[in-house]
Structure formats: C-alpha cells, structure tokens
Design a protein around this ligand. Sequence first.
Ligand code: 1PR
Length: 541
Amino acid sequence: MPTIHLLDYVAGNVRSLVNAIEKTGYTVAWITSPEQVPNAEKLILPGVGHFGHCMSQLDSAGYLPAIRAHINAGKPFMGICVGLQALFEGSAEDASVPGMGIIKGSLDRFDDTYKSVPHIGWNSANTSSKSLYDLRPTSKYYYVHSYKCPYVKGELEDQGWTVATGTYGGETFVGAVARNNIIATQFHPEKSGVAGLRVLRAFLTGEGSKSLGQQVTGPAPTGGLTRRVIACLDVRTNDQGDLVVTKGDQYDVREKESGNAVRNLGKPVELAKRYYEQGADEVTFLNITSFRDCPLADAPMLEILRRTSETVFVPLTVGGGIRDTVDTDGTKVSALEIATMYFKSGADKVSIGSDAVLAAEEYYAVGQRLFGNTAIEQISKAYGNQAVVVSVDPKRVYVPKVDATRHATIKTAFPGPKGEGFCWYACTIKGGRETRDMDAVELVQAVEAMGAGEILLNCIDKDGTNSGFDLELITQVKNAVRIPVIASSGAGNPAHFETVFQKTTTDAAVGAGIFHREEYTVKQVKDHLAEQGLEVRQFEG
Ligand code: 1PR
C-alpha cells in the first residue's frame, strides 16, 4: 500500500488520524526526527491544543527548516488544525512564538461575550463554488478550536490561496486553505465522518491539487454550527465480568425484576458503531465503575477505544476513573498519564467527574487560586482545553426560600415535596453516591477557571426518566460559564431534544437510554430537529 508520512511531535489523538488514513488505503510512516523528513513524499502535520506549545515543540526539535524545505520542494503537504495555524505568521494565543509565515496573516480568539468558546462541533467549509479537495457545500466538518484566522474576502486569494470559510456567531473564519502543493484544514478530517475522509483521500491520491480552484457548480452551502446530538454509553462490568453498556434510573443500573442484575443493553463497540452510522455527532463512553482489579494498562476501556476508533470517525470522549491513582502493582499513576493512555488509544476528549468536584473544593478553600497541580489544569495544558470535559452529577435540593441556603438557587416551576418553590443543585461524586456541599454553579465556574473546555451536565433527578431534560438546571449553568455545555439526562423522545435546543442555549444534547432501548434512532432525533428548522448534520454514508 502507498505510504504517507506523519509528523508526530505533540501529544494528542493521532490514532484516529492513522485509522482514517488506513481507511483510505494508505499506510502511515512515522517521522520521528527532522532528518527523516526528506524521505517523505507526502507529509501530514497534525496538531491539537496550544499554538505556542506546538510551535515551540516543532522549533526546539529542529523540524521547521525541514518542513519548509519539503514545502519549497513542491511536495504535497497537509496541515490539520494547529497544523494549519502553524502556517500563519502568528497567533494571539501566544504572541511570543512566531508561526512559519507561509501564509500572511495571524489568528485571534473567537468573541465569547455572546457565544460559547471553544468553537466545538460541526460547521461548514464553504468554498464559494471553487474546487478545494472535494469539500462540499452541504457537508459539515468537525471543528474544535478557540483561535481562528478571521476571513477577509480577497486577502488570502490575493496571495494565491483558494479558501473555504465557516461562520460562527457572526464571525467568518478560514476553515481550509490550499495553494499548489499545500492543503490545510482548521477542522479535523479524521473526525469528520465520510465528508472528512473524502478530503483526506483527495490529498492522498493527489486528485485534490489537480482540480484546485476550478469553478464548480452545486447546491448552496448550508448554515453554520449544527446542533450536536451525542450518544452516551455508560459502561461497566456485569456480575459475570462482561463489559456491557448499561443505563441507570437515577444512577441505579440494576434491574429490579430480574434478580437485581446489572442492566445489560449491549456491547460498547457495537453500539458505538451503530450510533455513528445513525448519524451521532459524537460518542461518549463513561466507565461508571472503576477497573481497579486490573492493571490500568489493560483497562478494558483502552481496548474499547482502540477498536471503536477503527470504524467510528467522529469525536470520542471517555470518562470514569480519570484521577491520580495507584495501580494494582502499587505504582502511582497520574491523571495526566491515564488521560495520555486514553488519547493514544483513540480518545479525543477525556471527561472528569468526581476529581473535578474535589479540585473545585480545594480551589475555593485556598481563595480561588490555582497552582497548576489539578488534573484539569495539567491535561488541558498538555492537550488543549478542548480535550477536557467535566462531567457534573447534580441533584436538586429544595428550599422554601432563597436565603435558606448560601447556594445559587433558582425559582423552580416544579415545587418540592413540601411545596418548596426554590431549589439548588448539589454536586455529587462517586456516581451520585456521595453528595458534597458544592453547587453546580460553583463547580462549573471553578473548572472553567482551571481550563476545562466543555461541561457534560447530567442530572440525577432526570436520569433514565424519559421525562425530558432539566431545562432550569441547563439555563442556570449556561448563564454561569462561557465554555460549551452538553445537556444530558432525561431524553425520552425527539421532541425533548427540540425543546432543550429551543428553550435553552445548550450547545449539544445527550441521548442514552432512548437509543440503547431502541425506542428511537439518532437519525430519527436529528430528522425531527431538521423538520423543526434546527440546523443538524446529515449523516453521509
Ligand atoms: O467520577 O470521574 O470516575 O466519572 C464517573 C463518570 O461516570 C461520570 O461521568 C458519571 O456521570 C458517570 N456515572 C457514574 N455512575 C453512574 C451511574 O449511572 N450509576 N453515569 C454514571 C451517569 C449519566 C449519563 C447518562 C445520562 C442520560 N450517567 O451517562 O447517559 O444521564 O441518560 P438518559 O438519556 O438515559 O436519561 P469519575
């Protein structure tokens, strides 16, 4: 099989990129030193996370002259995400580190005063009817970034670039650029489903550069960022030791009628593939019990990720047990090391639950100061804040009046058992087994300060009830942070997804039991949203 060289210089989930390249019939040869770069006929420069960190890594390892020589020799080059940003002159993310200056221009941060940042999700790459590596106006591509090159019509074109753009909250940005032997995408083609694989294939086969810039006719481009529908798989071993997808009712996963066994709703890898093929925009695995009885390196979730990332080309999140821990042989393993194992196995994001609550308690106890020692700070520093999700497991605490508690209360439309008209949301740890004196607003604001990129907002009261999302909780949390929020818990039919997107500003919504019990498919949910005029990504088989 033909070979493509991949420059792996930063931590990050390159396994998915390898899987996507192999899916298109190519094999990957790794570049591990600048001296090897001249061996490359075609070169891909991936990159996730911090612009300054990536550029410094490339520079200190001596790669920049070799990459420049590759490009100047007219050899095919593809940059992905920070691999695109590196081609510019610089970025406001780190003004002290220059870019390669191959593209005149620099990056700035999205405006987060009226919309969530990072920009996470599926958006367009509009080529203005020019051919650009098989990008299509009605397709959507997966973006995850806080900094972008603002698009000014003609600026890049005057330098000879063909440009594809996206628009997010009124800001139009560069989604992809191409010129001669260079193609670079801000989005992740390896996480953009079939649409992304087409772009990779156009680069790998060389077809993309042949037709670059030619006028093409086709349908008008569709709008901006879509509403994300995420399939969430709670995973644990059942009493026979098999790893199964389960689902709780208020976090109780045992069947009442069948001898109190762990509810078994299917096999993780199979269900993940099914939901991907139904159009799920992301897949999340939550390891809801620890696997302490086996060495971390053998943790079953690693194998699940390795197998899933071979056939599922949308972002994968994994949570459960991500905290500093002691392995079965007594060695200490940091949360960062556990996260690294997951990223190398195919995860794009890690989700932290209990450890985030404990870190937030410490944060407030020392006067809202940070020392860089929390799992959230360390993982977001190494991989970018877009790789860190915090999973919140709150439950309602009813109070008769606002000043009955120090916590952030809301006036609720659903009074408590004694008619209480107010409530606050208490955070829990250990899968809801332990309630802490911390409310959801305190938690999400603390973890945002630590560098979390997204909130997975569960709700114990709503979990498994099929009664719809807790709109009051979602609204309270969305008003408290500027990072994206994923609404979770309670979805029982497509109308529940319509309601949560129309009545709150949530950035995404999770379905679990609704999909595992095969009451509705992901496609049925997304078709319903589209019928209501909400922008969704259509699955491309
Ligand atoms: O604390 O960092 O080890 O992470 C543990 C993770 O496992 C957390 O994300 C926590 O939410 C999750 N978890 C722990 N115990 C349970 C349980 O159910 N016994 N799952 C559990 C919580 C939340 C979602 C669920 C939605 C939607 N489940 O996964 O899918 O509530 O459900 P629905 O649509 O069927 O209503 P750590």
